[in-house]
Design a protein around this ligand. Structure first.
Ligand code: FES
Ligand code: FES
Length: 173
């Protein structure tokens, strides 16, 4: 349980993309605001702020979650992954990110961080995911630019590379 400080904010500490992160949060502060405004991790986007658009999707303990529906204090002690944690090394992209670049899976990019975090979870869990599985996963995301076609192409290519003969490893490898 997060510790309460004298000004009634809570100290919240978790692993963010494999590194310790902590800060103070009022009890009703959303995890999106904590990530962006307290920790400076602005890769996570905020759209509708009520769980509909999927822009704020991150991974909490390995599962996709809406950061706009999560209180910062609920994340205390968790393992959090955000889009900043997808690239395997500076200057490199994950297989999924490369596929998005190749197939123009983004235009304005507002939806992209959330979509990548959802697809990364699916393809880590199921590199053999079918087109239907991918469509199902994407059903939790709104994109106003792409018409979804390039996103599907990118996801299918990433899945194909991940389950190829040699297998190229996890989507974030
Ligand atoms: S901002 Fe969280 S679902 Fe839209
Ligand atoms: S790329 Fe603009 S909303 Fe999806």
């Amino acid at each position: 349980m997060p510790r309460l400080t004298s000004d009634r904010r809570h100290r919240v500490a978790f692993k963010l993309n494999g590194r310790p992160a902590e800060g103070l949060a009022e009890p009703r502060m959303l995890l999106t605001d904590f990530l962006r405004h307290v920790l400076g991790a602005t890769g996570t986007h905020v759209g509708c702020e009520h769980g509909v658009c999927g822009a704020c999707t991150i991974q909490i303990d390995g599962l996709p979650a809406r950061a706009c529906l999560t209180l910062a204090v609920q994340a205390d002690g968790a393992e959090i992954r955000t889009v900043e944690g997808l690239a395997p090394a500076p200057g490199r992209l994950s297989i999924l990110q490369e596929s998005f670049r190749t197939h123009h899976g983004l235009q304005c990019g507002f939806c992209t961080a959330g979509i990548l975090m959802s697809l990364d979870e699916l393809l880590t869990r199921r590199p053999d995911a079918s087109e239907e599985d991918i469509r199902h996963q994407l059903s939790g995301h709104l994109c106003r630019c792409t018409g979804y076609g390039p996103i599907m192409k990118a996801a299918l290519e990433a899945a194909r590379r991940l389950r190829g003969p040699a297998g190229e490893g996890a989507p974030h490898a």
